[in-house]
Design a protein around this ligand. Structure first.
Ligand SMILES: Cc1cc2nc3c(=O)[nH]c(=O)nc-3n(C[C@H](O)[C@H](O)[C@H](O)COP(=O)(O)OP(=O)(O)OC[C@H]3O[C@@H](n4cnc5c(N)ncnc54)[C@H](O)[C@@H]3O)c2cc1C
Length: 512
């Protein structure tokens, strides 16, 4: 018997989970197939940024994360072997997106919350112990076959399939997607520790760019610390990946079996690569299946969650018949450019630390300390291409999320007012400027409008952040996409119809 579904998600990591929740929120039936019979219990990602936190808010798990599962980072310091500071990233406790800029956490805890959220939704079906072995598009749908844990074959038919099946993606191979590999790879021993007694680490996150052993020390979320040790030239992986090696390398930090538990040790190869085609017809790729980055910027999973957020609203519009399939080509166009930028940043950081040669490290130190102020800011790249108001300087920027008050409720904008296509203005409700037919079209997208501000505005800007951001934007009206990027701005309230008409033309365009 073949089970039918709207979207079939392959892989139940954080990206597949988030995508399933977001699509189910739009009302679609989602079936997820995961080959592992049980969740992966060990830590991997430890950092997520404020934009990712807003995505997790949309997925309904951010409050639970913030409730004791996140440690907010202050500084991320890069020191040479002598202790001189080469780089210092300062993270603000409140980012543009309404969450702290840098959040340290344990991936299994996040996956546990996403799993529980997804299972609470009637239109999500998760089947564990199902390894996808065949994906074939035919007759306006996709046939998928999976091997079950008991050796049987289960068959499915979906309108779309998304491969969220990780770095060794079967779905990627099955659509023959070519991969661009930048050939930047290093092996690192990852050691996760649970200290018996909490200790204050300041700064919370440190990179020690010492050529004798490049080392990372970061929070692994509340109650955990992560150390990462680079494999030195000539060092055998089998020697590095041993518990006694891990304890030996931890000893200089006074971490030993008497005061800490070793949660795990494993050697990972960090890579920099992405697929060139993220879509073949009705089959798409997201998360590690589509890209892998060195972890120095803490962005691998964040990129995957951005994929899920981007793809969810586009699949929704295409499934509803509001936009042609060509809209899905903008998914790859937008996400590939963003991912390339983030991988470039992570590689630039990797080039600072992955230096085992003392002379090269001395030259690096001299050049960095002579020419650079150590204060640095991680990039918050917006979108450069895609579904954007052409020629508009605001288009593609990350839009603010403020704390607001309306109708007796006080909270973050997305929770209190709503999310999706959003018109924002300091000059009153911008939807009032739309003619009836255009207003009806915008409402059919699920669009909302908000007159925001201090004083008597219908939506009160509690901490003034929205007002400041909108003033600085220079636009009277800002149109925000469902994934929190700005589509474009209008100079006056009266120009709102032109902005919404431009969006309509862009979404209905048959060219990607
Ligand atoms: C040491 C380390 C540190 C990291 N630090 C960070 C960080 O600080 N911040 C950050 O953002 N990211 C970080 N990452 C990256 C992050 O862990 C990954 O990007 C993230 O797990 C990818 O999620 P995913 O859902 O795409 O894939 P995965 O989590 O790999 O999930 C894929 C799932 O697909 C399943 N699957 C595979 N093949 C099939 C099949 N044929 N059929 C059915 N199921 C299948 C797998 O069993 C798996 O459960 C780090 C990674 C590592 C290794």
């Amino acid at each position: 018997m073949t089970s039918e579904t709207d979207v079939l998600v392959v892989g139940w990591g954080p990206v597949g989970q988030t995508l399933a929740i977001l699509l189910a929120g739009h009302g679609w039936r989602v079936t997820a197939l995961e080959r592992q019979p049980a969740p992966y219990p060990l830590p991997r990602a430890v950092h997520l940024d404020h934009e990712t936190a807003r995505i997790l808010q949309a997925a309904g798990v951010a409050d639970a994360m913030a409730d004791g599962r996140i440690e907010t980072a202050d500084f991320y310091e890069w020191r040479n072997g002598k202790g001189d500071v080469l780089l210092r990233f300062t993270s603000r406790p409140m980012g543009i997106c309404g969450w702290p800029e840098a959040n340290m956490f344990a991936q299994p805890e996040l996956e546990g919350l996403l799993d529980a959220k997804a299972r609470s939704l009637a239109n999500v079906t998760l089947l564990r112990g199902h390894e996808v072995a065949s994906v074939v598009e035919r007759d306006g749908g996709v046939d998928v076959a999976a091997r079950t844990a008991d050796g049987a074959t289960a068959e499915f038919r979906a309108r779309f399939v998304v491969g969220c099946d990780g770095a060794n993606s079967f779905v990627r191979t099955s659509i023959g997607a070519p991969v661009t590999d930048l050939g930047f790879f290093y092996d690192w021993l990852i050691v996760d520790v649970r200290p018996h007694v909490p200790k204050l680490w300041s700064p919370l996150n440190i990179q020690i760019c010492d050529p004798t052993r490049p080392t990372t020390l970061v929070s692994g979320g509340p109650g955990r610390r992560r150390w990462e040790f680079m494999r030195l030239p000539g060092e055998a992986i089998e020697d590095l990946n041993r518990a006694d090696t891990a304890w030996r390398l931890l000893a200089p930090w006074d971490v030993h079996p008497g005061n800490a538990d070793l949660e795990r040790h494993t050697v990972y190869r960090f890579q920099a690569r992405w697929v060139d085609s993220w879509r073949k017809g009705r089959v798409l790729l997201a998360g590690d299946a589509a890209h892998q980055t060195p972890p120095f910027a803490g962005q691998g999973m964040c990129a995957g969650l951005r994929d899920a957020m981007n793809l969810a609203w586009k699949l929704d519009l295409v499934l509803r018949g509001h936009a042609p399939d060509a809209l899905l080509d903008t998914y790859a166009e937008e996400r590939r450019a963003h991912v390339r930028g983030m991988i470039g940043f992570a590689m630039a950081l990797g080039r600072v630390i992955c230096v085992p040669d003392p002379a090269e490290a001395d030259a690096r130190d001299a050049s960095m300390m002579a020419t650079r102020d150590p204060q640095a800011t991680p990039p918050l790249p917006g979108l450069l291409v895609g579904v954007l108001h052409e020629g508009d300087p605001l288009a593609g920027k990350v839009c603010v999320q403020a704390r607001v008050r309306t109708g007796g409720r006080d909270g973050l904008f997305d929770d209190v007012v709503g999310r999706g296509w959003t018109l924002l203005s300091l000059d009153g409700d911008p939807s009032q400027a739309l003619p009836a037919e255009l207003a009806a079209w915008f409402a059919s997208l699920g669009g909302i409008a908000a007159g925001i501000g201090t004083g008597g505005a219908p939506i009160g800007d509690v901490d003034g952040r929205a007002t400041a951001w909108l003033r600085e934007s220079g636009a009277a009206v800002v149109l925000q996409r469902p994934d929190f990027y700005v589509f474009g701005g209008a100079p006056t309230l009266a120009d709102t119809p032109a902005l919404v008409t431009a969006l309509r033309a862009r979404l209905e365009s048959r060219a990607s």
